[in-house]
Design a protein around this ligand. Structure first.
Ligand SMILES: *Cc1c(COP(=O)(O)O)cnc(C)c1O
Length: 392
């Protein structure tokens, strides 16, 4: 690669086409793809219904400005709202745009009720909310922010301890000018770490007491990935604002911010916009993904597959206690934490035709499509078993 900038350390492989859980490389090899564009292709590659949706819409209308009504977007927004707490949806094109827009909604709400100084957002140190200038400073990771100063003000950080899970000094960190707490319901890049239900409940309780907003970033863990349509459903905690992206487009770039009526009151005409966000082509795909993934039957199957996969991965952990430290995750958002640096492990899996991707804390992220077949999980288990046998 000569002309693509070097901001990625790319593996030396490219693909001709994909089908379901598989990718076919330009050098004619077949890979089981358990990266799926990092939890993006929720229905695998080349799903017939998604192909049809995009074909049909592409003959009618690709793009019109948000200056006009877009019925396909209204339809998807309605479906999303009917699934959860939200009253309104604002479409974007990516996860980082969605998390930034979520911050804008929170700030604008306090501005609109006459409290413009209430504008700081409290985030978990080293979490992940995307790579835009504001989002990297929201994450507070030194690695992501290095060289990108000046520091964007308005973000504070708390630590989340996973042994005996809890937030350190949460009450003390909330100041008079704190507007919102923003966390990922399941930390993805951070190593597949779900925030336990009781901690989420505690966050909600404190937000209520302090009259601040709760933003749950479901960009990676939402849209069926956790086995529930939204990961926060399991805890029965309701957020005020929820950014989503990755899985909702099934491979087409779509982001969105879900919000309740109260906070939406600040978003009056002209306060936010996006040229591409929610265009008819994107919405045709989004509606199709939504219809498939949000069905109870589909989600029950994700849960069933997850249970099967996780229990078998745990058996491998018992079989190879010196290689695998922990099996993490929920639904089909799964992490295998290993004792050594995971890059060699990922390479070995790839040599055996299984694609996975790293996360922090030596975690190998395993992200099958949500419609993966049991025999494909078995194939992956066999490869992982084989790699563990010889792994030093
Ligand atoms: C991937 C991700 C983002 C950023 O999404 P992009 O589409 O890459 O901008 C934000 N938050 C979380 C939790 C993510 O996993």
């Amino acid at each position: 690669m000569r002309y693509l900038a070097k901001n990625y350390n790319r593996k030396k492989i490219s693909f001709k086409y994909g089908k379901g859980s598989y990718l076919y490389s330009t050098n004619n090899k077949k890979y089981l793809d358990f990266v799926q564009g990092i939890a993006v292709n929720s229905l695998g590659h080349a799903h017939p219904k998604l192909i049809r949706a995009i074909e049909n819409q592409s003959k009618k209308l690709w793009h019109v400005s948000n200056a006009f009504q877009i019925p396909e977007g209204e339809k998807l927004a309605k479906k999303l709202c009917q699934k959860t707490f939200a009253d309104y949806v604002m479409f974007q094109n990516s996860g980082a745009e969605a998390t930034e827009a979520a911050i804008k909604v929170a700030r604008r709400y306090f501005y609109s009720i006459g409290k413009p100084n209430k504008n700081r957002v409290l985030c978990i140190k080293n979490s992940f909310h995307g790579r835009t200038i504001a989002a990297i400073f929201a994450s507070g990771s030194n690695k992501m922010t290095e060289g990108f100063g000046p520091k964007v003000p308005g973000f504070d950080h708390i630590e989340f301890r996973d042994k005996k899970p809890r937030f350190l000094n949460l009450r003390k960190k909330i100041k008079k000018d704190t507007a919102a707490i923003m966390v990922e319901t399941i930390m993805g890049e951070g190593g597949i770490k779900p925030i336990p239900d009781k901690c989420l409940k505690y966050l909600r309780k404190i937000c209520n007491q302090k009259k601040i907003l709760l933003i749950l970033d479901e960009v990676q863990c939402g849209i069926g990935r956790s086995g529930d349509f939204f990961a926060f459903e399991q805890s029965k905690v309701l957020a005020d604002i929820v950014p989503i992206a990755k899985g909702i487009g099934g491979g087409f770039p779509i982001g969105a911010v879900l919000m309740n009526k109260k906070v939406a009151s600040g978003m009056t005409p002209g306060t936010h916009g996006s040229t591409f966000g929610g265009n008819p082509l994107a919405m045709a795909v989004g509606n199709t993904v939504m219809d498939i993934v949000s069905s109870k039957k589909f989600l029950n199957n994700v849960k069933k597959l997850s249970k099967y996969f996780l229990s078998n991965l745990n058996l491998l952990k018992e079989k190879y206690p010196k290689v695998i430290k922990e099996i993490r995750g929920r639904g089909l958002l799964i992490g295998i934490q290993i004792y050594k640096d995971q890059s060699k492990f990922i390479k070995k899996l790839m040599d055996n035709k299984l694609l996975t991707i790293r996360a922090a804390e030596n975690v190998v992220r395993v992200l099958p499509p949500l419609n993966v077949k049991k025999k494909e999980l078995d194939q992956a288990l066999k490869i992982i078993d084989k790699v563990c046998t010889n792994f030093k």
